[in-house]
Design a protein around this ligand. Structure first.
Ligand SMILES: *Cc1c(COP(=O)(O)O)cnc(C)c1O
Length: 236
């Protein structure tokens, strides 16, 4: 970020730019702009930014590390920000209880063991936790996500759990893949999912670099970090 504007002005300007990109992508796909929810990925940025974004009309935020997210969610809540918190990172089972304490959506469900841990962690919640099953589009599990028959087993387990609600699918385009190819495959998997689970309408796909391709292939949620908040350490 450059210039002399303060943080509120910077965030207002970058948010307007991202909203414009989403609106254009929706228009060229013949979809209404309300079809796509912006999830502001605030990892590495302070709770003060989350509060500013909430004041600018952002409704959904995404975080990928439990410790950081728990503290930030508490701080933002104390400051009066009303937000839906999406957990989007690889989740260890021993963190399920903590995440269930503040998250509205866990987008990175990719194993039956994690489903069981989340189910236990959510047993006494008032509302079921929304869970998206993370897809590994290239079948390489090192970056998280399920592939093949695991995807359907995990989806069925989420759908069968009273503590969880199957929201849909999430994916990150594999490194080196054209995003259109990745998101086209995701859309085909999602079509199969909704045939079995009609309420699982969400497709969380698209980040700062590839949101247009994701919207073209039906994304209902885009997860935008750097275009909104600025560049991070490249490993996060
Ligand atoms: C960090 C992250 C994003 C946001 O990425 P940007 O390129 O900064 O927009 C989206 N999804 C996941 C899973 C992430 O970890």
């Amino acid at each position: 970020m450059t210039g002399t504007a303060g943080r509120p002005e910077q965030l207002a300007a970058s948010l307007a730019g991202v909203r414009e990109r989403i609106a254009r992508a929706c228009a060229s796909a013949g979809r209404p702009a309300e079809d796509v929810t912006l999830v502001a990925v605030t990892k590495t940025y302070p709770a003060s930014d989350v509060v500013l974004l909430a004041g600018l009309g952002v409704t959904d935020v995404g975080e990928n590390r439990d410790q950081e997210a728990a503290a930030k969610a508490a701080e933002a809540r104390a400051a009066g920000a009303k937000l839906r918190w999406h957990f989007i990172g690889q989740l260890q089972r021993n963190k399920a209880k903590s995440v269930a304490g503040y998250a509205d959506v866990v987008e990175s469900v990719d194993s039956l063991r994690l489903v069981a841990a989340l189910e236990r962690a959510c047993a006494d919640r008032a509302e079921p936790l929304e869970a998206l099953v993370q897809v590994s589009i290239d079948g390489d599990p090192s970056r998280g996500g399920a592939a093949g028959d695991d995807l359907w087993r995990i989806s069925d387990a989420v759908a069968a759990s009273p503590a969880l609600r199957l929201g849909g699918l999430m994916a990150v385009a594999p490194l080196g893949w054209p995003p259109d190819r990745a998101f086209e495959q995701l859309a085909a998997l999602h079509e199969r999912l909704v045939a079995a689970h009609p309420a699982a309408t969400a497709i969380s796909a698209g980040m700062s670099a590839d949101l247009e391709a994701a919207v073209r292939h039906g994304a209902t949620h885009v997860r935008i970090g750097s275009s909104l908040l600025g560049m991070r350490n490249p490993l996060r």
